[in-house]
Ligand binder design. Structure first.
Ligand SMILES: [Zn+2]
Length: 440
């Protein structure tokens, strides 16, 4: 069992294999039946395959079902995938996306109860309880992060400070004066807070001991940096708007992969190119089916997040399986001169060499028809005042480290302190200047 007392909602993390599979199958059959009846797109696609809800007899039969994509939400904007009438929908959230219209998801009262419960389980897995004072620096609004963490923390019985993102000075004041013990934020925004805290003398008098970080990919190297500098335990959480928001999966005290709340979300790992289901342990794209979502059920939703299922038992005793930390998405891959590069690989390589230099940006440009990648890394004040030769040596090491990881020689430039824009929410790590001035 867990090393510390857990919230009663978390008992669902410890079901026996048979209990869990029975619940999953029952819920899968129900969500397929309801979607077939009420969501025209799902019915049409199932009919094209000659599939009826009663053909789903085992969990493995999920593989027969058609996939859903983010584009399906766009194409049916705003309410085309809703399986409940609007008078039963009590909340809407939306994700902005980079192009065109947002995608819209809905929640019934029961959906909100489930969401709050999986977030309670998330926070409980990180060791939080009713004695914690939680500074919720996830953005409030259409983004699911703020309200998702908020209701989960309240249901846990913790004291929630709904501060949202931004306004760094106030964040520090609250953290200090309100006796904050835990913070929820994006990892990149917390980096920004670390910097601000260190500028006023450090973490010594703070009670902060836990950080709950999500909404953007981050690496183990970044975790090490955060834990060391803030003297806290930093937990990775995982979720996405289309499925429920945060609360799909979370790390436990072991910090060794993320437990998926399998009683509410059926997971599969598929080959991103062929869609074929892969066995446990193999890396591929995570595909999720909502097992209890009423307003906007998703069947076999392609997340584009790359991970693998770890079927090994976890030392915490949870029986719900884990997935490896998601460090990249199949669609955030950069192709530079024919080589595939993920921003997370760059981050890991940089932090290996420059442990104290977490602020970086990847700039892509096109010169004479060739893609150029420059990685800009911000120096500390001390390094900035150091000898030119020391800076050049570090630059060379970073170039080598990146070349070692991705097999591509890119330009690394150490830039002045404070010259890279700080994240106020989700970090913008890649600045792609190739598109500017490009032909439409
Ligand atoms: Zn565990």
């Amino acid at each position: 069992m867990s090393a510390y007392p857990i919230h009663p909602d978390s008992y669902a993390d410890f079901l026996t294999h048979d209990e869990l599979r029975r619940i999953q199958l029952h819920r899968l059959q129900e969500v397929v039946r309801v979607s077939y009846e009420r969501v025209p797109l799902t019915r049409q696609r199932m009919q094209e395959r000659g599939l009826k809800p009663e053909h789903i007899r085992t969990l493995g039969d999920a593989a027969l079902l058609p996939f859903m994509q983010k584009t399906d939400l766009r194409d049916t904007y705003p309410y085309g995938l809703f399986a409940r009438p609007m008078h039963e929908v009590v909340r809407l959230h939306a994700s902005s996306g980079t192009t065109g219209k947002p995608i819209v998801v809905g929640y019934t009262r029961d959906d909100l109860r489930v969401w709050s419960s999986v977030m309670t389980r998330t926070l409980s897995a990180a060791g939080l309880n009713e004695r914690d004072v939680v500074q919720n620096a996830f953005g409030y609004g259409l983004f699911t992060g703020g309200l998702g963490a908020h209701y989960g923390a309240e249901a846990l019985g913790a004291t929630v400070i709904p501060i949202s993102g931004g306004n760094t000075e106030r964040q520090l004041l609250v953290m200090q004066d309100f006796g904050v013990t835990a913070i929820c934020s994006t990892p990149s925004y917390f980096l920004h807070l670390i910097e601000a805290i260190e500028a006023v003398g450090g973490f010594r008098d703070l009670k902060l001991r836990t950080g709950i970080f999500g909404a953007e990919p981050w690496t183990e190297a970044m975790r090490a940096y955060i834990q060391e500098h803030a003297k806290i335990k930093a937990y990775d959480i995982y979720g996405l708007t289309e499925i429920i928001g945060p609360g799909v999966a979370t790390e436990c005290c072991c910090q060794a992969g993320l437990h998926v709340f399998e009683d509410h979300f059926l997971m599969e790992i598929v080959d991103p190119d062929t869609g074929r289901v892969l066995p446990d342990g193999e890396e591929g794209e995570l595909v999720l089916t909502t097992l209890s979502k009423q307003a906007t059920p998703m069947i076999r939703f392609r997340t584009h997040d790359i991970t693998a299922i770890d079927p090994a038992p976890c030392a915490c005793g949870r029986t719900i399986r884990r997935v490896r930390r998601v460090t990249h998405r199949s669609d955030d891959m950069l192709i530079i001169r024919g080589v595939n590069v993920f921003p997370s690989q760059i981050e890991a390589a940089l932090l290996k060499v420059g442990k104290e230099l977490p602020h970086y940006q990847i700039v892509l440009a096109r010169q004479a028809g060739l893609d150029q990648m420059e990685v800009q890394v911000e120096m500390t004040e001390a390094l900035f005042r150091d000898k030119v030769s020391a800076v050049e040596q570090l630059q060379r090491k970073m170039v080598q480290a990146i070349e070692h990881v991705v097999g591509l020689r890119v330009n690394v430039r150490l830039v002045e302190p404070q010259s890279i824009a700080r994240s106020q929410g989700k970090a913008k790590r890649v600045l792609d200047q190739r598109k500017e001035g490009a032909k439409p």
